[in-house]
Structure formats: C-alpha cells, structure tokens
Design a protein around this ligand. Structure first.
Ligand code: GDP
Ligand code: MN
Length: 387
C-alpha cells in the first residue's frame, strides 16, 4: 500500500525524524489561509507518484495570493509524471509547507534486501530529482549498506552513511538518529520502503526530510488496522482495489487477453505463453486454491470491467481443488453474467473428465483447450477475431 507524502511525513515525524511543518489544503481558499503562516512556502501536489517536481507538481509561492493562484491551477489538474503513465493522476489536495533554503540534497532510503535476506540502507550524496538518471549513468554513486535483521540498525551503519554524505560532528549525530527513526518505522509498520529524497542539509545547518515516501507490505497490513485510515482508494487502480476486497491476487496490465488462473506460478507461465503466441495479457490474476463461485464471479467481473479485454483465457490446474468443482463455479458465474467475449478454458488435474463434462453440457459458449499451449493459441486467435 502506498500513502501520500504528507502522511509519510507525519509518520516519520512521529518516529522522531526532522520534517518541515505543513498543512493539507483541498481548495485554493484553504491554500491561501495555510500560506499566510509563511513568508515563502512550497505548494506540493499530493498524488501517489514521484517525479512531481519535474511535472509541475511542486511550486514555490512568495505570498498567500500567489499560493492561492498556484492552487487554482494545481487542484483538479491531471499530473502526468514519468511514474504515473500517460493517463496521469488527478490532484485533489496539496501540501502547503515551509520553503527551506537548501545547501545540499541527499538520497536516503531503507528497503528489503532479497539477496542477503535482510534490510538495506541505500544512500547517495547526489540526491534530488535526478536520482533515477544517476542510477543509470553513475550507479557507483548510489551506495548500499546492508543491515542484518537479527542485530538490527546500529550506529556504525549510520557512520558509514555519514561518510558517504561527508557529514561529521553534530550532523553525523543527526543522521545516525534519523536512520534509527527510519529503521524503527520500517520494521514496526512492516514497510517495504521508507525513502527520503531529498534529505537536505539546510542553510541553517540541519538535516531535514524535504520529501518522503513510505510503502507498506500488503501481506502484513492485517497486523496494522491503524494504517487502514491512511489508504486513499482514489489513488488506486479500481480493478486492483476490487480484487483486493475478494482476496484475489490481481495486477492490471496493458494487453487484451484476460487471464483467470489458479496459482501464481501458473499465472506467470500463462502470461508467458500468451506472449509466445503473439498475444498480450490484460492482467495477472491468481484466484488461489479456493476458487469458489463467488470469487470466480468477482474475478470475471473485474476482467470484464476492463474495456481492453477481447478474450478470456481460463487456465486451471485442479490439485487440491477439483476440476469439477471449478467447472461448476465457472459455468454458474459465466451464465449468470452473460459474458460476451470468447472464453477459452483449459482444465487439467483431479476430476478433469467430470469437469470437462460439466462444461460440455452447459449452455455457456466455451472454447475448450487440450493443453496450455492450445489454450493460449486459441485465446490469441479469439482476441484477434473480436478486435
Ligand atoms: P518529487 O519530484 O515528486 O520527488 O517531489 P519533491 O518533494 O522531491 O520535490 C522536488 C524538488 O523540489 C526537490 O528535489 C527540491 O529540489 C525542490 N523542493 C521541494 N521543496 C523545497 C523547498 O522547501 N525548498 C527548496 N529550495 N526546494 C524544494
Ligand atoms: Mn522527491
């Protein structure tokens, strides 16, 4: 789960990290009122995306009137950044925050380290909006400091980062403390990312988190009911949100063949084989081991709500779940919903004959596939036929 910058800053602040003051505004009038507290302030579009600065989503205002003017343009606009895709994201609120005089910008984050089965601090003395460019052209400028999850974060990790940033004395202490806050937040709230870019050295000579991004591990959200209120459904793909309500593992993609599969591995293989036959999957979808009629129906609904979907490929391997049970669910869901796009079904595994029999005897128009390759080929052809 992603949250907004202002929420990430509140969390970081609660963990003792230095964050700028700021208020949220949803109208130009509110923006003007909030801006009256500052000589100069920064108006920042609150959307779940980075790259706002380059896209016109971060603006300096020298008076409350200017802040109001900026908000008039910014609130309601569709912000297109290199992270949002061409459709962009609609800005419905802005953060009004103190303008800080910046001496230097650093990049600092904590994230998971799959290779070393631990956590890693990622740091660069060249932070700011060009960090992705730096990652490409000068990756050696981005340094990793691994942290063992058994011993956790220690001051010596912070010392290493201070050396990368060239910070000494009091600033080194500030950095060690900041990293301690970030690490506690990362572990206690089951984050997948805590990122500060830029972390700045202010003209007054202190460290300050000028931007913040915090992502949570969805699989651990059940342990944090307190985080539920931070969720902004308007920022999420509606299909993915609906899928999450049914515990379906769904990821929306750009192709035109809807996939309904049981098992994540088989779902990945299904996307691969569709591509092998020249097609493009419209989604990743793992209905899991318990494909009840309700869940299959919800899955169908989600697939069909995507106007790009021109055919659906159902690829099921009945293991614990028996093919006849799945076939019954499929037929019931399909006939109740009156599906108009071609439906290709490949069934294999326990009770496969009974399953095929149920499909054959139903009045739902289903294209049966002999095996996975046959199914993928038929789905690709069917999608072309409709298009
Ligand atoms: P992002 O582009 O979505 O990552 O948004 P950021 O919050 O990182 O803002 C982009 C850039 O705007 C930062 O890298 C800073 O250079 C600049 N910026 C943002 N807030 C301030 C501020 O208070 N003072 C100054 N001088 N620059 C700021
Ligand atoms: Mn940033």
């Amino acid at each position: 789960m992603k949250i907004h910058e202002y929420q990430a800053k509140e969390l970081l602040g609660a963990y003792g990290a230095p964050v700028p003051t700021g208020e949220i505004a949803t109208t130009p009038a509110e923006t003007k009122e909030a801006a009256a507290k500052y000589d100069t302030c920064v108006i920042k579009a609150q959307v779940h995306s980075g790259g706002r600065g380059k896209a016109g989503g971060v603006k300096l205002a020298h008076s409350p009137e200017e802040a109001e003017e900026i908000a008039q343009k910014m609130i309601g606009m569709t912000l297109v950044t290199h992270q949002t895709g061409p459709q962009g994201k609609v800005v419905s609120k802005v953060l009004v925050t103190e303008a800080v005089e910046v001496e230097k910008e650093f990049y600092l984050s904590i994230t998971g380290d799959n290779e070393r089965a631990g956590v890693v601090i990622v740091a660069s003395a060249d932070g700011g909006t060009e960090i992705e460019e730096t990652a490409k052209t000068a990756p050696e400028k981005i340094v990793q400091v691994p942290v063992s999850v058994i011993t956790g974060y220690r001051a010596f990790h912070g010392e290493q980062v201070a050396e990368i940033f060239g910070l000494e004395g009091a600033l080194k202490k500030e950095l060690i403390a900041l990293l301690s806050s970030m690490y506690r937040l990362y572990v206690e709230k089951d984050c997948s990312l805590v990122e500060i870019n830029p972390l700045v050295l202010t003209r007054e000579g202190h460290l300050l988190c000028l931007d913040a991004k915090v992502n949570f591990d969805d699989n651990a959200l059940y342990r944090h009911p307190e985080l539920a209120e931070l969720r902004d459904v308007a920022e999420e793909d509606p299909k993915e949100y609906r899928a999450s309500q049914f515990d379906l593992n769904y990821i929306s993609l750009d192709g035109n063949i809807g996939c309904l599969v049981n098992g994540a591995g088989l779902a990945m293989a299904t996307m691969d084989i569709i591509q092998k036959f020249g097609g493009q999957p419209a989604n990743f979808l793992d209905v899991g081991g318990s494909a009840t009629k309700e869940r299959v129906k919800a899955a169908f609904e989600i697939l069909l709500s995507d106007p790009n979907v021109k055919a659906i490929f159902i690829n099921i391997f009945g293991g614990i779940m028996k093919c006849d049970v799945i076939a019954e669910g499929l037929v019931a869901a399909a006939s109740e919903m009156g599906i108009k796009v071609p439906l290709v079904v490949r069934l294999e595994g326990t009770n496969v004959d009974k399953g095929k029999e149920i499909i054959k005897n139903s009045d739902v128009a289903i294209i049966s596939a002999e095996d996975m390759a046959d199914g993928a080929r038929k789905a690709v052809e069917a999608a072309k036929g409709v298009a």
